[in-house]
Design a protein around this ligand. Structure first.
Ligand code: ACO
Length: 428
């Protein structure tokens, strides 16, 4: 017999079905509650609200588990590639060798962007933040491929939009950087793999030879895998909710990029480096900055600490901390900021304030340190996150559309004025 919850309000009671997931997670289905009782549920920030059933990513914040389509993040980060993980997230299974080759070739075929997109790029002032440029260029694809606006197009055509955005995003990301520094853009090199092509477009200069360092390309590939999906976070929920109005894939992804930009989400990786640099300039006294983070009258928060769902440890942070050590050693970089980060982590892990609130380093506490070692400038960190999260956004958008989910539209409790009569301006 299926489980039920009983809700009592005054002398009335309501039976609410309990929905169970594969990993025995349970949720009370309140979809019919309003119709039966007039009641809504209130949960600002959706801290305890499930918005969908999803078969893509499983995470257990208490146990520190993260799996894409059933595969552990540790296994994928160690053994897979970003392109293979993208296929897995989007289509649900790991590809056969033939499927993988076909997928890689399809992506390579579409890396070039319409030449007129350069005109759009040139309209942005130099110094424009690359996240704003990236989201604009992604939306501009709706103009170059207007058929993508049709919500009823065939699955093959939807798939073409998916391939196009996967292929063109590294080009846009590298071009957003080139615009920021005022350099001419590079065109894609389809002899290279996904990350190497991106690095070449980003760093090659007209008068110099550029050889991609495999240590850098591999480290970037691993970082992208770690960021590839994270179930219903702020940007992914944004992608799903925008897509639920039947807006195009490109418009939905562009909205996700903007949601990711904020310092409480994807912008945290830049904020961490800015914070560590400030601590370094200030003499490196980690205890002083810890005290600031705990002071409720001080707006300062320890960036890269805390997570909405991980209340024990972030499994990605474990992998990335080790990767930071490896990459810095392989590249021969000695970054004093890494020592400050480790010092802060040690103090925080033993501090009552952080322990009681279950605040641990998240994935972005160490990702910025690796990006810095790879020569990627701070403004581009969140763009790198967007590049990594892209297959997750696509998979979630596709799942939402294939399941014919209804338009996202939360309710509210109104706390404003009661009805009042309009008074004309001269009588006020
Ligand atoms: N530094 C100091 N105190 C903190 C921090 C922090 N980084 N994070 C949370 N707290 C405190 C809050 O002040 C609050 O204290 P209180 O109970 O005394 O009021 C308590 O811990 C709970 O914090 P909330 O903000 O309610 O937790 P929430 O789940 O809403 O927020 C968030 C999670 C946004 C990630 C938060 O921990 C934070 O701002 N962290 C810093 C930014 C960051 O690193 N973001 C990246 C997230 S990971 C990602 O997007 C990939």
């Amino acid at each position: 017999m299926s489980k039920k919850a009983e809700l009592k309000v005054g002398d009335k009671s309501y039976d609410l079905p309990i929905i169970e997931g594969t990993e025995n997670e349970q949720g009370i289905d309140i979809a019919k509650l309003r119709g039966e009782s007039g009641l809504i549920t209130l949960d600002p920030g959706f801290k305890n609200t499930g918005s969908t059933k999803s078969a893509i990513t499983f995470l257990d914040g208490e146990k520190g588990i993260l799996r894409y389509r059933g595969y552990a993040i540790e296994d994928l980060a160690e053994n897979s590639t970003f392109i293979e993980v993208s296929y897995l997230l989007i289509y649900g299974e790991l590809p056969t060798p033939e499927q993988l080759t076909k997928f890689e070739n399809e992506i390579k075929f579409h890396t070039l962007v319409h030449e007129d997109i350069k005109t759009i790029l040139e309209g942005f002032p130099s110094n424009s933040h690359p996240m704003g440029v990236l989201s604009s260029l992604v939306t501009s694809l709706t103009a170059f491929y207007p058929e993508s606006l049709d919500p009823n197009r065939s699955a093959d055509k939807v798939n073409l939009s998916i391939i196009r955005i996967l292929a063109k995003m590294p080009t846009f990301a590298a071009w957003a950087y080139k615009n920021e520094v005022g350099h001419p853009v590079n065109y894609p090199d389809n002899n290279l793999n996904y990350c190497s092509n991106f690095l070449k477009m980003m760093f090659a200069l007209p008068a110099e030879d550029y050889e991609v360092d495999p240590v850098i390309a591999n480290a970037l590939d691993k970082l992208l895998i770690l960021h590839a999906d994270h179930e219903q976070n702020c940007s992914t929920s944004t992608v799903r909710i925008v897509g639920s109005s039947q807006a195009s894939l490109y418009a939905s992804i562009s909205a996700g990029i903007n949601a990711l930009w904020g310092p409480l989400h994807g912008g945290a990786n830049s904020a961490v480096i800015n914070m560590l640099e400030n601590i370094q300039k200030d003499g490196g006294d980690t205890k002083k900055w810890m005290a600031k983070a705990k002071d409720k009258d001080d707006p300062f928060r320890l960036m890269g600490f805390g997570h909405r769902v991980y209340k024990n440890f972030d499994p990605r942070a474990k992998i990335i901390k080790k990767a930071a050590d490896d990459v810095l050693q392989k590249l021969g970089v000695n970054d004093p900021i890494l020592d400050i980060a480790k010092g802060l982590e040690e103090v925080a892990l033993n501090d009552d304030y952080f322990v009681e609130r279950k605040l641990y380093p998240n994935v972005d506490f160490y990702s910025g340190i690796i990006y810095r070692a790879l020569g990627i400038p701070v403004d581009m960190f969140t763009v790198m996150f967007a590049l990594g999260r892209l297959p997750g956004w696509i998979a979630q958008w596709k799942e939402m559309r294939e399941n014919h989910e209804p338009i996202g539209r939360p309710r509210q409790i109104y706390t404003g004025q009661g009805e009042r009569k309009y008074v004309s301006v001269n009588d006020r």
